[in-house]
Design a protein around this ligand. Sequence first.
Ligand code: ADP
Ligand code: MG
Length: 422
Amino acid sequence: MTGKLPFEALSVETLATRLATNEALCATIGKGPWKVREVGDGNLNLVFIVEGASGAAVVKQALPYVRLVGDSWPLPLKRSFFEYHALTRQEARAPGSVPAILHFDEGQALIIMEYLAPPHIILRRALIDGRQLPNIARDIGLFMARTLFRGSDLSMQTKDRKADLALFADNVELCGITEDLVFSDPYFDAKLNRHTSPQLDGLVAELRADRDLKVEAQRLKHIFAANAETLLHGDLHSGSIMVTDTETRMIDPEFAFYGPMAFDVGMLLANFWMSFFSQRGHEQNGKRDAMRAYLLGVTNETWAVFRAEFSHLWRTERTGMLYQKSLFEDQGDILASEQALDHVLHQIWSDLLGFAGIEVHRRILGLAHNADFETIEDEDLRASCEAKALKFGRHIAVNRRQILGMDEVNNLAALIERESRI
Ligand code: ADP
Ligand code: MG
């Protein structure tokens, strides 16, 4: 297959024939016959697992529309191009953190990549099952610090960064999904919204009438749109991470674009907090107190690792045009450099709380819900978990500039969680 053929979606039936001569695939899994199966849990794209005599690989292909919705929601094939380019940059900046790329075909919007075989499992699934993964905070904290720092003007040559900024600026449609679904739709009666009803109706009406919250959500959207400081993963939630007890890999960066560092960090932490609030709904098979404590510990450790690694890179790899050493270290003024670092980290902190708060809201009020809450079958129980998360999200978004540290946030989460009725 070459990039010059017109785009054609693969299927379980056609994949083996169409990719039979693909050298990268044959080198990895051996020549046919192959066993092909489709993975069901992707929302936007086709994902196949192809197994041969000497291995397996994943074939991911974009469609000219949203897989889950169909023709009525067109979405350009070029998202595959951005996913490919994001994966190559993430691998360079945080080696070993993403699946290895075996082949990319732009015309067919197709990426062939390393298969993360069982026991790899989607992190969200593991957390719903109550599993305490020992390494995720460290691995994800390092991934975020390395990719966000090294993709910015703190590290890159400005010419290279501007070229990258231009390249990813064309990811208009996926960015548009975030702009609408995350920042705006949850706060009005948008067509695609849904929530657990009637249980949450009252609270939803309250949030949509909450002037401070709506203004804050739009200020955050403004930061998201205007602060193109680094290459983001763009969709870094627990469904975009595959784990074993010892390994952590980030997948699915098709929303990648240049935006504020705090966006990835905030979205990720929000998904840990949502897991925390959803545990009550999964408690039938045993108490989840230890799991809840673990999850708050994970938020703490992720942020601590992020800060430590970001600070390390600041001190050792600050080769970009921002906060240049000629003004600080080269004059023997280490304190000025540390002061500037504190300011940068503080900005990330107060912005990430905002992004986290609205990420919680959009997962409960918007189109794209998450399995943490959705798999709670008892609707009253689900609504009670969701209500607590909504209240938490509102607090951290609106008060983000006054919140001093992670202990304060986690104490609040624990207090809200323990309230029997809110
Ligand atoms: P989409 O962009 O359509 O949401 P994802 O990239 O999230 O697609 O992939 C959908 C699912 O396919 C994932 O949830 C995961 O179960 C599986 N998957 C994706 N990439 C890999 C991989 N490299 N190895 C193993 N499984 C994968
Ligand atoms: Mg995706």
